[in-house]
Design a protein around this ligand. Structure first.
Ligand code: NAD
Ligand code: MG
Length: 394
């Protein structure tokens, strides 16, 4: 029986949300809560936000609630006393949450920190709704090999990849010429390079269309997010790097497109609300109702498109080079970017230095093939160390 049929037959569907207190996590919880009969929660996890985690756990009654920061264990324990929800803390406990027998796991932790628990879910052969693009960027083929080996199913949550997934003819990939990732261009789409040097973290996280976590918001402002997404798309779809295009589309209504050999271009459209792609993965292979605002193209009136500007957004060039280089390069780029974004948010470096720290880290950490998971961890750590040293010196 096909995985989709097995999954559809499982009623109620047991679900786990890794990173339930974040932007994607809260949107996922919102959808799950609308149908208590269909979705039963196995585990919820958070980094340190005990207040939101405990509140979600009281409402959804998971079997297990995990806080990664173990100094918050007592607070969580106290907040959930008398509920029957088991409480655990620490990074190991994240994998314990992913180990629980949920048919569907939302991977919504931000950054490479999400890799280990996501892989735990993959190794159970679960359906993994993947929001955490960084784990696919940093582990690449090592991760997709695990997905294949354990017969797991990866469903993309990232709006662009979810759009492509919906219109991609997986039975005839040879008939596909290109995939077109749309990009909002972020808050600085119109800003000159010298003005970008002075932007603040508050300006960078104020995304025009989407309300997201701080890290991805800064990535959208540098357009590193689109660079990460090119690499994510390369691993999710049977296309080569040259078939992946980027098109700036400031309204974020056309979420992405697939171009076929006969000249047809199929797109998925919708209001910019993550609950649509999340719902697609949650109900897959079925669909469920969502309260998302319906698209009113007459009210919107016009949709704009323009090519990306590689000179003002060098992260796009860098990500292409990194994908071309392969091996450890994407792992290094991702780790250095995580460190640089954190430093920018802490006012330690300027906006334009984010990408320059990433580029310099790539120059300093030797490129080699990436064969195994322990190498991913080692390279990730090394790149973080180099990036931190560069920041200290700046
Ligand atoms: P967020 O910062 O709002 O939430 C991150 C979640 O991960 C929180 O629950 C946090 O507690 C948890 N977390 C953070 N660091 C952790 C750690 N070290 N260990 C364990 N848990 C940790 O982020 P977000 O915007 O929800 O994004 C989550 C992921 O989804 C990212 O990879 C992002 O690129 C991707 N994504 C987000 C959106 C969006 O609309 N927010 C869209 C597409 C893709
Ligand atoms: Mg996206």
């Amino acid at each position: 029986m096909a995985v989709s049929a097995i999954v559809e037959a499982a009623r109620p569907r047991r679900v786990t949300v890794l990173g339930s207190t974040g932007s994607v996590g809260c949107n996922t919880v919102d959808l799950i809560e609308r149908d208590h009969a269909t979705y039963v929660v196995e585990a919820l996890t958070a980094q340190s936000n005990v207040a939101v985690l405990a509140d979600q756990a009281r409402r959804l009654r998971p079997k297990l609630a995990v806080v990664a920061d173990d100094s918050r264990y007592k607070d969580l324990k106290q907040a959930l006393s008398g509920t029957g929800v088991r409480v655990a803390a620490g990074t190991e406990a994240l994998s314990e949450a992913a180990e629980r027998p949920a048919e569907w796991v939302m991977a919504a932790i931000v950054g490479a920190a999400g890799l280990a628990p996501t892989l735990t879910a993959v190794r159970r052969g679960a359906v993994v709704a993947l929001a955490n693009k960084e784990c696919l960027v940093c582990a690449g083929e090592v991760m997709t090999a695990e997905v294949a080996k354990h017969n797991a199913t990866l469903l993309p949550v990232d709006s662009e990849h979810n759009a492509i997934y919906q219109v991609f003819d997986f039975e005839r990939p040879e008939r596909i010429e290109r995939i077109i990732l749309t990009a909002s261009g972020g808050p600085f789409l119109q800003l000159e390079l010298d003005a970008m040097a002075a932007v603040t973290p508050a300006q960078a996280v104020a995304h025009p269309n989407w309300n997201m976590g701080a890290k991805i918001s800064v990535d959208s402002a540098t357009m590193m997010n689109k660079g990460l997404e090119v690499i994510e798309a390369y691993h999710l779809f049977p296309v080569n790097a040259g078939q992946i295009e980027i098109l700036v589309h400031p309204q974020s209504v056309v979420h992405s497109m697939v171009g076929y050999c006969d000249g047809s271009v199929l797109a998925q459209l919708g209001a910019p609300d993550m609950r649509t792609p999340i719902a697609y993965t949650l109900a897959w292979p079925d669909r469920i109702d969502t309260p998302v605002q319906r698209l009113d193209l007459a009210a919107i009136g016009r949709l704009d498109f323009e090519p990306p500007d590689l000179s003002r957004f060098p992260a796009l060039r860098l990500a292409r080079e990194v994908l071309e280089a392969g091996g450890r390069a994407p792992t290094i780029m991702n780790a250095a970017n995580e460190i640089a974004v954190r430093a920018f948010l802490a006012h330690e470096i300027g906006f334009l230095e984010i990408v320059s720290v990433v580029e310099q880290t790539l120059e300093r950490v030797p490129e080699q093939p990436l064969r195994a998971l322990d190498e991913v961890h080692a390279v990730d750590l090394e790149a973080r160390r180099v990036a931190k040293a560069l920041i200290l010196r700046s």
